[in-house]
Design a binder for this molecule. Structure first.
Ligand code: MOS
Length: 738
C-alpha cells in the first residue's frame, strides 16, 4: 500500500455539501403526495387507555386518520434481535393493545395533510386513562435490582478475595458514585419518511444502522427483508440514539400503510425524551484498598443501571476496572434496576464513560490519602497484562500518554495541595484521569466497482454521523489502490449496499475500513489478471512476481512502462466489480486484550461567590493505533471533550416521581455545553503501531475521548475546592458552600 492519503489531515469531503445545504437528511426526502403523522404520547406513567375520542377531532381541517390500538393493523412482530438490541426481553409493540408502560409511550398517531393540521389534531385528541403510580426513581429501587443473564463485558467476576483484602488494607477508599440519566439530544431530530409500493416499503430514516432497521421493520411487518429499503446518507449527530430502530419508525410505516400515502413523521425535541433511548441513571460502589506506598491490594466495583420492565439493557459499566490497573484482589458485579420507563440505550462512550467516572474518581481520592501525585499513583499500578483474563494487550501506550499529556498540559505547574491555586478570587483546579475504550471490530463488507473512465465506486451500508466516514474510507480506498482521492466515490447509508455493523462503538474505521481495503485488494487482483492476459498490455504474460502496483500503475518489476486502472478498464470495455467481507481473526481475539488508552487533563476555574465552574483547558493524549486522518481525529476528540463537559457539569434528565414525566424535556432546561462553555482543547496522539488489531492498525476513536473527561473535571473540582463531589452533574450548589 502506498501511503499518500492515510495519515494526512484531509478536509471532510462532504463538508461542502453540508455547509451549502446540499446534504439531504431524513426529513428532507419529501415525497409527492406526502402527508404528515404526529405521535400522541401517553400522559400517564403506568396503566391503560380506556377511551380514545376520535370523534373529538373528526371535523378538524385536513385530518386524514386517527390511528390507535382500536384500529391499527395487527403487526406480527416476528422475533428480531439486532446487534444493538437488548438480548433479554422484548421491544415495545406499538398500538397493539391498551397498555401504557411509561410516560410518553405512543398511544395514537394522527395523520393530516399538513404538519400544522396534524399537530393541532394530536393536541386536541381526548384520551382517557386508568392510571397507576409508576416506580421511576432508580436510586430508591436498588433493593429490587436483578442480575442480567447476559451481561456481556459487565459480567460478574472475582479474583482473589477482594472483601478480605479491603478489610485488611492500610489505606482505603469506599464510596458511592452516581450519574444522572442523560438524553442524547443531537441537532437532527429522529425522522422517517415512509412510502409503500404494494408490499414494499422505502424508509428515508435517520439511522446509524440501516441494515438492522431494514431487518427489524421486515420482522415487525412480517414481510421479506428485501421488501424494505432504508436510506440515510447523512446524520445530524446521533451519539447512539439512532442505533436502535425506535417505535416511531414502525409508526411511520404503519401510518403510511393505513392512509395509503407517503407519510412523514418527525419527532419533536420533547418526544426525543420519551422512547429513543437514554443513558441509564447509574449508581456505583467503588472500593479500593492499598498499601501506604500506593500499591492496590483490593478493588471492588459494584454497578447498577436502570432499565425498563420489558427489556434488560446492559452496558459495559464495570468492564474497565478489570484491566485498567494491577491488583491481586478484584471483585466486580453488575445489576439492573427495572423501572417503569422506556428502555435505555448506548450513549457516548456507553459503559466505559460512566464506569471510568467511579474508578478514576476513586483513584484520585486514593492519591491524596497516600500522598502521591495522581499520575505517579497510576504508574505504580500499571499492569503488565490484562489481569482480568491474563492476556497480553495487543498494545498499550498509557505511560506514554501520561507523559505526553502531562507535558503538553503543564502538569508540573500544578501545586499538590487542594485549594492552593488561585487566579485572583477564582479557585483553580487541575485534575486528570485515564481514558479507555475497547477495540471493536465486527464483520463488515464492501463492494468496489472500477468504471471505464477509471473512477472507482465503493459501496457499504455504513453511516457517517459526524466522524468523517465518507472521508476516511475514501482515504483507505485511494491508498489501497494507489490512486488519488478524486478518483474514488464512496457511497453509504443504503440497506441494499453490502452489510456493515452498527455505526457505533467506535468500530466503523476498523470494520468498514478493513472491508473496503479487502474489496480494493480483490479488485486489484482481478484487474491484474486481466492486464497480464491482454496481448496489448505492457505486462502481458508476466507472472505475479514480475509485476507490481505503483501509484495506480501496474508495472513490470524489471522496469519499463506500466498500465493504469483507467487503461485496463477502458480496454476491458465494461465496469469491473469486486466484493469482500472482513472480520477479526478468531485466534487474534483469543490471544490479545485489545483496548485504546489515553490520559486526559483538565484545568478549571471556580468562582467561589456564585459557584460557577468554568472549564478552561482540556488536553488529551491517546494511543489509538494508526490515525487515519489527524484533522478528523482531533475533531472527534474535541467533540468527546464537549460531551464530557456536559456529563460532568450540565446534563441530567429529571423525571417527575409521580408519573415519570421528563420535566426538562427541552433545550432550555436540559443543559448542554454551548460556545461560551468551550475551553481550549488539545488532542494529541502517541505513535502507536499495533499489528494485531486489524490490517489497518486502527483502534477506533471517538468514544475514548469522552471517557475520562467527567472524572478529570470532578478531580479538578476537588483540587480547586477540597470538596469531593461524587454525583454527576456537579452543580453550582455543590461547590457554593466550599
Ligand atoms: Mo455510539 S453510543 O456507540 O453511537
Amino acid at each position: 500500500m502506498t501511503s499518500q492519503a492515510i495519515g494526512n489531515p484531509i478536509p471532510r469531503i462532504d463538508g461542502r455539501a453540508k455547509v451549502t445545504g446540499q446534504a439531504k437528511y431524513a426529513a428532507d426526502f419529501n415525497q409527492p403526495g406526502q402527508v404528515h403523522a404526529v405521535i400522541v404520547p401517553a400522559t400517564i406513567g403506568l396503566g391503560r387507555v380506556t377511551r380514545i375520542d376520535a370523534d373529538s377531532v373528526k371535523a378538524m381541517p385536513g385530518l386524514i386518520a386517527v390511528i390507535s390500538h382500536l384500529n391499527a393493523q395487527r403487526l406480527p412482530y416476528n422475533p428480531h434481535k439486532g446487534a444493538i438490541d437488548p438480548q433479554e426481553g422484548e421491544r415495545l409493540h406499538v398500538l397493539q393493545d391498551d397498555k401504557v408502560h411509561f410516560y410518553g409511550q405512543p398511544v395514537a398517531v394522527v395523520v393530516a395533510e399538513t404538519l400544522d393540521q396534524a399537530e393541532r389534531a394530536a393536541n386536541a385528541l381526548r384520551i382517557e386513562y386508568e392510571s397507576q403510580k409508576p416506580a421511576v426513581e432508580a436510586h430508591l429501587l436498588v433493593g429490587s435490582a436483578i442480575q442480567p443473564n447476559r451481561a456481556g463485558r459487565s459480567g460478574d467476576s472475582a479474583i482473589g478475595d477482594a472483601d478480605a483484602a479491603l478489610a485488611n488494607a492500610a489505606v482505603k477508599v469506599d464510596a458511592k458514585y452516581e450519574m444522572a440519566r442523560e438524553n442524547h439530544n443531537p441537532m437532527e431530530p429522529h425522522a422517517t419518511v415512509a412510502s409503500w409500493n404494494g408490499d414494499q416499503v422505502t424508509l428515508w430514516s435517520k439511522s446509524q444502522f440501516v441494515v438492522n432497521e431494514q431487518a427489524e421493520i421486515a420482522a415487525v411487518f412480517g414481510i421479506p427483508v428485501e421488501n424494505v429499503q432504508v436510506i440515510c446518507p447523512f446524520i445530524g449527530g446521533a451519539f447512539g440514539t439512532s442505533l436502535r430502530t425506535w417505535p416511531h419508525v414502525t409508526l411511520a410505516a404503519l401510518a403510511a400503510r393505513h392512509v395509503k400515502r407517503p407519510t412523514k413523521l418527525v419527532l419533536t425535541r420533547k418526544q426525543m425524551f420519551y422512547t429513543t433511548g437514554h443513558r441509564p441513571h447509574s449508581i456505583q460502589r467503588l472500593a479500593l484498598g492499598a498499601s501506604r506506598d500506593g500499591k492496590l491490594t483490593a478493588l471492588i466495583h459494584e454497578g447498577f443501571t436502570e432499565t425498563s420492565r420489558y427489556e434488560n439493557f446492559v452496558e459495559a459499566l464495570i468492564s474497565n476496572s478489570g484491566f485498567m490497573y494491577s491488583c491481586p484482589n478484584v471483585r466486580r458485579q453488575y445489576r439492573l434496576i427495572p423501572t417503569d420507563t422506556s428502555t435505555p440505550t448506548y450513549m457516548r462512550g456507553p459503559g466505559e464513560a460512566d464506569g471510568v467516572f467511579a474508578l478514576e474518581s476513586a483513584l484520585d481520592e486514593l492519591s491524596y490519602l497516600v500522598g502521591l501525585d495522581p499520575i505517579e499513583l497510576r504508574r505504580r499500578n500499571e499492569p503488565k497484562v490484562d489481569e482480568s483474563n491474563g492476556k497480553p494487550f495487543s498494545s498499550r501506550s498509557l505511560l506514554q500518554c501520561y507523559d505526553l499529556g502531562a507535558e503538553r498540559f503543564g502538569w508540573s505547574r500544578r501545586a499538590a495541595q487542594p485549594r492552593s491555586m488561585r487566579d485572583g478570587r477564582l479557585l483553580i483546579g487541575m485534575g486528570m484521569s485515564t481514558a479507555t475504550y475497547p477495540v471493536l471490530y465486527s464483520p463488515a463488507s464492501a463492494r468496489v466497482r472500477l468504471l471505464r473512465n477509471g473512477i472507482v465506486e465503493i459501496e457499504a451500508a455504513a453511516s457517517d454521523m459526524g466522524p468523517g466516514t465518507y472521508t476516511s474510507m475514501t482515504q483507505v480506498a485511494a491508498d489501497t489502490l494507489g490512486i488519488p482521492l478524486e478518483q474514488v466515490r464512496f457511497s453509504l447509508g443504503r440497506s441494499n449496499f453490502p452489510p456493515t455493523p452498527p455505526h457505533g462503538g467506535s468500530q466503523t474505521m476498523a470494520s468498514v475500513g478493513s472491508a473496503i481495503r479487502a474489496a480494493c485488494l480483490n479488485l486489484q487482483k482481478d484487474v491484474t489478471a486481466l492486464a497480464v492476459a491482454d496481448r496489448s498490455s505492457p505486462v502481458y504474460q508476466l507472472s505475479a512476481g514480475q509485476v507490481a502496483w505503483r501509484d495506480g500503475q501496474l508495472v513490470p518489476t524489471s522496469g519499463g512502462t506500466g498500465i493504469s486502472y483507467r487503461d485496463i478498464a477502458a480496454r476491458h470495455g465494461q465496469p469491473m466489480e469486486a466484493f469482500a467481507s472482513a472480520r477479526r481473526q478468531q485466534e487474534v481475539a483469543e490471544r490479545f486484550s485489545m483496548h485504546a488508552f489515553g490520559a486526559v487533563f483538565v484545568e478549571i476555574a471556580i468562582n467561589p461567590d456564585v459557584g460557577i465552574i468554568k472549564v478552561r483547558r482540556i488536553v488529551g493524549a491517546y494511543g489509538v493505533g494508526k490515525v487515519v486522518n489527524p484533522r478528523l481525529a482531533r475533531s472527534q476528540c474535541t467533540g468527546g471533550f464537549v460531551g464530557g463537559i456536559g456529563m460532568a457539569l450540565m446534563e441530567q434528565t429529571v423525571l417527575d416521581s409521580r408519573d415519570g414525566r421528563p420535566v426538562n424535556a427541552h433545550m432550555a432546561d436540559y443543559l448542554m455545553p454551548v460556545n461560551l462553555d468551550m475551553p481550549e482543547m488539545e488532542a494529541h496522539f502517541v505513535d502507536e503501531h499495533d499489528p494485531h488489531v486489524n490490517e489497518l492498525g486502527v483502534k477506533g476513536l471517538g468514544e475514548i475521548s469522552i471517557t475520562g473527561v467527567a472524572p478529570a473535571i470532578a478531580n479538578a473540582v476537588y483540587h480547586a475546592t477540597g470538596k469531593r463531589v461524587r454525583e454527576l452533574p456537579i452543580r453550582l450548589e455543590d461547590v457554593l458552600s466550599t
